[in-house]
Design a protein around this ligand. Structure first.
Ligand code: PMP
Length: 280
């Protein structure tokens, strides 16, 4: 495959990364993952807007959004991937290790593509999750390269034989280690409001759009671990997981243990959004 680092497109095996890249020392940067279906980007504008916003939140200003769109578009043409994703990261720059920002350093862009497929079995059968304390920083709306807590908490799920860890702050469910979380309670869809406690997922926003289109009532209102345990339905969302039902939380069965009615309707609506890509 062809990838991109610091101004150049190269074969994967020819790319060398500068060890003074601040992404390497400090996780000093931001990133995005964009889904590619049938060789076309899904919600590219939303992801690029969020990348620019994340960068600006950590003081990386003046990102050339148009250039980044060009980079990923060129990558997609070169790699010609049908079903996959593109990863794009922007670091603050390259320079000797020093906490202080270095003057006049230009952001460094890294981008590459993966071949992946839709998690169809999990989207039908559902997954199990565990809950854990959310001890991350208070700027979770920034899609930062610093994912130490997220990777540690994902690993906790894997070791417990589950698929995802759902985090909570003093009993309030925020999000998953790499996903947003929705519950259905009294027929109403509910998810944490988009503030500094969560990453406002692009898939989350698509789900809310589908809910509006399909007249499914929803609230962006925080809920507790107790609400999660007693929910009629639970699902998680992300660019790669799409809309995946949760059938078990901390070993307790959710609802009747199978994908719920509202989850199914949301999946159908999301599928329609994906299939619109082929119509243009
Ligand atoms: N929350 C976190 C912490 C994430 O890492 C992700 C995915 N990167 C999401 C939510 C879901 O976001 P999206 O739907 O944009 O992939």
């Amino acid at each position: 495959k062809i990838s991109y680092y610091n101004g150049q497109f190269k074969n994967d095996d020819e790319i060398t990364v500068d060890y003074n890249d601040r992404a390497f020392y400090f996780g000093d940067g931001v990133y995005e993952v964009v889904r590619v279906y049938n060789n076309e980007f899904f919600t590219l504008d939303e992801h690029m807007d969020r990348l620019v916003r994340s960068a600006s939140e950590i003081g990386i200003e003046g990102l050339d959004r148009a250039r980044m769109v060009e980079i990923v578009t060129e990558l997609n043409e070169k790699n010609n991937i049908d079903d996959g994703s593109v990863y794009i990261q922007v670091s603050r720059g390259i320079g000797k290790r020093n906490h202080a920002y270095l003057a006049n350093k230009k952001p460094v862009v890294l981008a590459y593509m993966n071949e992946i497929s839709r998690p169809t079995a999990q989207m039908e059968e559902g997954i199990s999750v565990i809950t854990a304390d959310d001890y991350r920083w208070l700027k979770c709306h920034v899609k930062s390269l610093n994912l130490l807590a997220n990777v540690m908490e994902k690993e906790r799920a894997i070791r417990a034989g589950a698929h995802e860890t759902i985090l909570n702050r003093e009993g309030i469910v925020t999000e998953g280690s790499s996903t947003n979380v929705f519950i259905v309670k009294d027929g109403v869809l509910r998810t944490h409001p988009a503030n500094n406690m969560i990453l406002n997922g692009i898939t989350r926003l698509e789900v809310l759009k589908v809910a509006r289109d399909r007249k499914i009532p929803y609230e962006e209102k925080a809920f507790t671990v107790g609400d999660l345990m007693n929910a009629e339905e639970v699902f998680i969302t992300s660019t790669t997981q799409e809309v995946t039902p949760v059938t078990e939380v901390d070993g307790e069965v959710v609802g009747d243990g199978s994908k719920g009615r509202i989850t199914h309707a949301i999946q159908e609506g999301f599928d329609e959004e994906i299939h619109k890509l082929n119509l243009v």
